[in-house]
Design a binder for this molecule. Sequence first.
Ligand code: CAA
Length: 258
Amino acid sequence: MEYIRMENTGAVAVLTVDRPKALNALNSHVLEEMNEALDSLDPSIVRVMIITGAGEKSFVAGADISEMCTLTKEQGSAFGRKGNALFRRIETLPFPVIAAVNGFALGGGNELAMCCDIRICSENAVFGQPETGLGITPGFGGTQRLARLVGLGMAKQLLYTARNIKASEALRIGLVNAVYPPDELMDAALRLAEQIASNAPIAVRACKKAVNEGIELGMDDAADLEVRLFGDCFETEDQRLGMGSFLKKEKHPPYLNR
Ligand code: CAA
C-alpha cells in the first residue's frame, strides 16, 4: 500500500495514514487503502487499534481539496458516501479504536478522529471543521458526530464559523480525553491500548456495543440491550477466570478471549 501503514503485532494494531506531503489528506486512493488495511486485520486477534498520522505536523488535514474541487453534485455525493461508509465501518469495528491525533485534524481528519472510540492528542494538535469556509458541508460524518460528542450548541458554532481550535480547547469541550507533549503521544496511546487489551476482550467489545447501540435507543430498550450483553458474559471462560481470580485474591492470568 502507498498511503497506509498497518503494524499489527498481536493484540494492538496501529494504522498510520502516511501521505505527509499533503499533510495526510484523504483522497479516494487513501480511503480505498484504509478499507484494504481493515480487511487485513484478524478480529479474533486484534483487541485494540490505534489510528495516527505520519510526520510531526498532521494527523489528517481533511479530505483532499484538489480531488474535490472539480466534482459534480453526483460525484460529490459518491465521495461523501465513500468516506461516510469507511468511517462508519471504523466506528462499528468490534474492538475499540483510539485516535492518537498528532497535529492537524481538520475536516475529514476531525471526522476520522470522531469515528474512533477514544481521542487523545498532542499539544500541537488543531481541530476544526473548515468546510463552510470552502463552500461545502462536512461530508464524512462531521455534522452528526460533532453534535453527539460536544453538544448541539458548540457543534453548530464550530460548523458555522469554520474556526479551528487548539488542543486545550478540544480538551475543555470534551472532544479529546487527554493532551500530551508530542513526543509522548504514541507511548500514551500504546499504554492506553495495552490497558484495554489486558481486560476481557468479549466484555470490552460488549461495552462498545452497549454504548454505541444503546445511545440510539430509548432508556428501556437500552437497558434491555445492556442486560442481554451482561448475561452473555456469564457463558464466557473469561468471566469465570476474572471472578474466580478475584475470589482467590489472585491476579487473573491473561484473558483467553473466550
Ligand atoms: N487537501 C489537499 N491538499 C492539502 C490539504 C487538503 N485537505 N491540506 C494540506 N494540503 C497540502 C497543501 O496543498 C500543501 O501542498 P503543496 O506543498 O503541494 O502546496 C501541503 O499539503 C502542505 O500544506 P500547507 O503548505 O498548506 O501547510 P501549512 O502548514 O501552511 O498549513 C493547514 C497547514 C492549515 C492544515 C493547511 O494546509 C490547510 O488549511 N489545509 C486544508 C485544511 C482543510 O480545509 N481541510 C478540510 C477539507 S474539506 C473536508 O475534509 C470535507 C469533508 O468533510 C469530507
